[in-house]
Design a protein around this ligand. Structure first.
Ligand SMILES: NC(=O)c1ccc[n+]([C@@H]2O[C@H](COP(=O)([O-])OP(=O)(O)OC[C@H]3O[C@@H](n4cnc5c(N)ncnc54)[C@H](O)[C@@H]3O)[C@@H](O)[C@H]2O)c1
Length: 304
């Protein structure tokens, strides 16, 4: 599998490349970036480790190198500054995204476009409308990182096994994200039925999760490691056709009554990309939150 990372010399791109390299899922990884020397240097540095990992080709260059990719991850763009809203970045990042999507359309027309740059939901929808690819093949990281952070922070707080936690977040990768409290479980037991912790304590962890991205930016300049493994998790679902349920961002095309914007739903991810959704009746508060996320995102998209 060939994976190109556009923005591959940046923090997120390199962290994704490193995580992907260790995963053994790709046999070809290409770092595309306008910072040519940095991309070359990162590819060389990664290539130096290959003899301990496996037969993986590392390459770097400009957008021509997306040719023939199975997945094109787009991490190019500007980084969110402390206290800057994700949505402030929109105008800068749309131009960068358009250029990348045009190249993908021409050189990798069968690929899956996987948007990570922010604001991710808006840019994912932009990539869909610009590429005219089928909906299944244009996905965004959406709430995957939020979900990963949420489970990890819960585990750290209560000493739980993170792999036994199933707690999802859907909606917007931003303030209108919606935790699915009604479905969240630990060891198969609904959170609300556990006697060892209270919902108030769990809700406190969600509040910490909500602001922890900004904390990482404030302390080290930008997120990297956790977003790298989150990107690899989505690529794993595609590469292994696992049908994993992940909150990637897509245009739901009418699922949950939503269309005309990309946002995160419990999505079945396999070799075709976003192959379907887990649809079930959400409690009113969660459904209202999801509708609100769609409205907020549509309003932002309208500003492009
Ligand atoms: N969706 C998420 O969960 C999530 C999480 C973290 C970061 N992000 C987003 O990912 C993006 C990248 O973050 P970062 O920390 O890696 O930033 P960064 O500044 O380290 O890297 C961005 C890279 O994009 C490159 N670039 C800019 N214009 C380009 C172009 N036209 N073609 C190719 N490359 C180009 C830059 O040279 C740079 O190397 C940001 O938009 C950030 O907000 C999203």
């Amino acid at each position: 599998m060939k994976v190109a990372i556009v923005g591959g010399a940046g923090r997120v791109g390199v962290n994704a490349a490193f995580s992907l390299l260790l995963s053994g899922l790709a046999n070809e990884i290409v770092l595309v970036d306008i910072l040519k020397d940095v991309a070359d240097g990162e590819a060389l540095d990664l290539r130096h480790g290959v003899s301990l990992i496996g037969n993986v080709t590392l390459d770097s260059g400009d957008l021509k190198k997306v040719k023939g990719s199975d997945i094109v991850v787009i991490t190019a763009g500007s980084r969110r500054k402390p206290d800057q809203s994700r949505l402030d970045l929109i105008r800068i990042n749309v131009g960068i995204l358009d250029e990348a999507v045009d190249a993908v359309k021409k050189l990798a027309p069968k690929s899956i476009i996987f948007v990570v740059s922010n604001p991710v939901d808006v840019l994912t929808y932009r990539a869909l409308t610009r590429s005219k690819f089928p909906r299944e093949r244009v996905i965004g990281l959406g709430n995957v990182l939020d979900m990963v952070r949420f489970r990890s922070l819960i585990a750290a707080k209560f000493g739980w096994n993170p792999l036994d936690i199933r707690a999802d977040i859907i909606g917007e990768h931003g303030d209108a994200m919606v935790p699915l409290w009604s479905q969240a479980t630990y060891g198969g037991i609904l959170f609300k039925n556990l006697t060892s912790v209270t919902m108030a304590e769990l809700k406190q962890v969600f509040e910490e999760t909500r602001v922890s991205g900004a904390e990482v930016i404030r302390k080290k300049g930008g997120a990297g490691w956790a977003v790298g493994v989150s990107i690899t998790e989505v690529i794993k679902a595609i590469a292994t056709d696992s049908k994993a349920v992940l909150p990637v961002s897509t245009d739901p095309g009418g699922a949950y009554g939503i269309s005309g914007i990309s946002l995160s739903l419990p999505t079945i991810v396999g070799k075709g990309g976003a192959e379907g959704y887990l649809e079930f009746e959400l409690p009113k508060a969660e459904m209202d939150g999801l509708k609100k996320a769609a409205e907020v995102l549509k309003e932002t998209y309208g500003k492009i």
